[in-house]
Design a protein around this ligand. Structure first.
Ligand code: ZN
Length: 413
């Protein structure tokens, strides 16, 4: 049995070490394309977990501009294993951190700094949780094979990380637990059980250039055509089906005395279910073909071409994630920490792995303003921070929930 009081006491005792670790992690710039920084953070992370008995493996990314993925393993007595997932990279280039003086800074219950919330705070909480498990439930800790896996390039949706994870999973993998920050709604703490998929797209319109003064009827205006097409694209958004289609960027034309011959727009779409996702993609692609803007002189049509540029598939509601969520909800009820489920619009590594093993996300601490490095004098703009007081209660819930899920898998204390 885990006693909540002694569990919290141990976590409180170990919190300063976890925060010291976090401070050093935040001090290492790990912008996705800062390969050296990401690799330095990976080595430091491996050092942090070594005293708990973890052995490192550095797995090169398929993309040469990114650092290595990190896998830390601790073999247990039983074949049952758990995967804990985080990432090394942040969205902040070193120059931006310097320009905005954005670095580790403790203000009351908040710690501001790059990656404090997304996701180095999650990594620190993972360490805190494991070190408490080791002292509070050593038999359980020793029984499980732990696989801790860090994506070097999550912020760029590195697709090869899914394969890195799958290579670690086997029939005895009870769960993949992702340490992105938790959600909040009033007094409720939200765990993530689904995330939208995202596809990016480009529309290129080729018209026919013509002299805007002497030859206007010969022109097929690509910008006018694109205007019509983006209107149709925007209209694909359907909130009732949780589908958003966003036109994000547009360009066209050259000089002003021409009927423009080319125009381009780019954007993205997001949906929770594979079905809605695929339907939206098909509706977009169906806009390809001859357009309805034509030259007056000879009916020459503009040509519309739609391409899908990248795709991260949806993580829909599924029995595996919903089943895991039950353990957290009942642990939360025991610890007086109300937990509810959340379907989130943003992507995480959960999108890559949910169909391989039961996956739950949002195991990290609470914070806010992820991906923002700016602060305005009037306080209307605040940079990313993590809340210190969220670490211990969340780590306690994670420990109790994991004990419940392991008991179900046949591993007891
Ligand atoms: Zn993240």
């Amino acid at each position: 049995m885990l006693h909540p009081e002694s569990l919290r006491a141990v976590l409180n005792q170990q919190l300063p070490d976890a925060l010291q670790m976090l401070e050093r992690m935040v001090g290492i710039n790990s912008f996705t394309t800062n390969r050296d920084g990401v690799n330095r953070l990976a080595r430091f992370t491996a050092e942090c977990f070594a005293p708990l008995g973890f052995l490192p493996q550095f797995v090169p990314s398929r993309f040469s501009e990114y650092g290595d993925h990190l896998v830390l393993t601790r073999r247990g007595r039983t074949p049952v294993n758990l995967a804990l997932i985080s990432h090394l990279d942040t969205v902040f280039p070193p120059e931006e951190e310097a320009r905005n003086n954005f670095r580790w800074s403790v203000e009351g219950d908040r710690i501001y700094g790059p990656g404090t919330n997304d996701i180095k705070g999650g990594t620190a909480l993972m360490w805190l949780m494991l070190s408490a498990l080791r002292t509070q439930a050593p038999r359980l800790f020793e029984a499980v094979t732990w696989k801790l896996i860090w994506n070097s390039s999550e912020e760029c949706f590195s697709p090869d990380f899914g394969e890195v994870c799958r290579a670690q999973f086997d029939a005895n993998t009870a769960a993949a637990l992702v340490f992105e920050s938790e959600g909040r709604l009033g007094t409720e703490h939200l765990m993530v059980v689904a995330r939208k998929g995202r596809a990016t797209w480009r529309v290129t319109v080729n018209g026919r250039g013509a002299h805007a003064g002497s030859n206007h009827p010969e022109g097929a205006n690509a910008i006018v055509q694109l205007g019509r097409v983006v209107d149709r694209i925007a209209a694909l958004t359907d909130y009732r089906r949780d589908l958003t289609v966003t036109v994000g960027r547009i360009a066209g034309g050259t000089v002003l005395n021409r009927v423009p011959h080319e125009a381009v727009a780019e954007g993205e779409l997001r949906a929770f279910t594979p079905q809605v996702f695929e339907q939206a993609k098909a509706a977009l692609l169906a806009l390809s073909g001859p357009g309805d803007v034509r030259a007056v002189a000879d009916r020459f049509p503009c040509a519309v071409r739609v391409e899908i540029l990248s795709e991260s598939r949806p993580w829909p509601r599924n029995p595996g994630s919903d089943g895991l969520f039950q353990f957290w909800q009942s642990a939360g009820a025991e610890l007086d920490y109300p937990i509810n489920e959340q379907e989130r619009g943003g992507l995480s590594d959960g999108n890559l792995i949910w169909d391989a093993v039961p996956t739950l996300d949002g195991l990290g601490p609470w914070g806010d303003h992820s991906h923002c490095s700016e602060r305005s004098a009037d306080g209307s703009k605040l940079p990313e921070y993590v809340e210190v007081s969220s670490f211990v209660p969340k780590a306690a819930v994670n420990v109790v929930a994991i004990a419940k899920l392991l008991a179900k898998a046949g591993v007891t204390m």
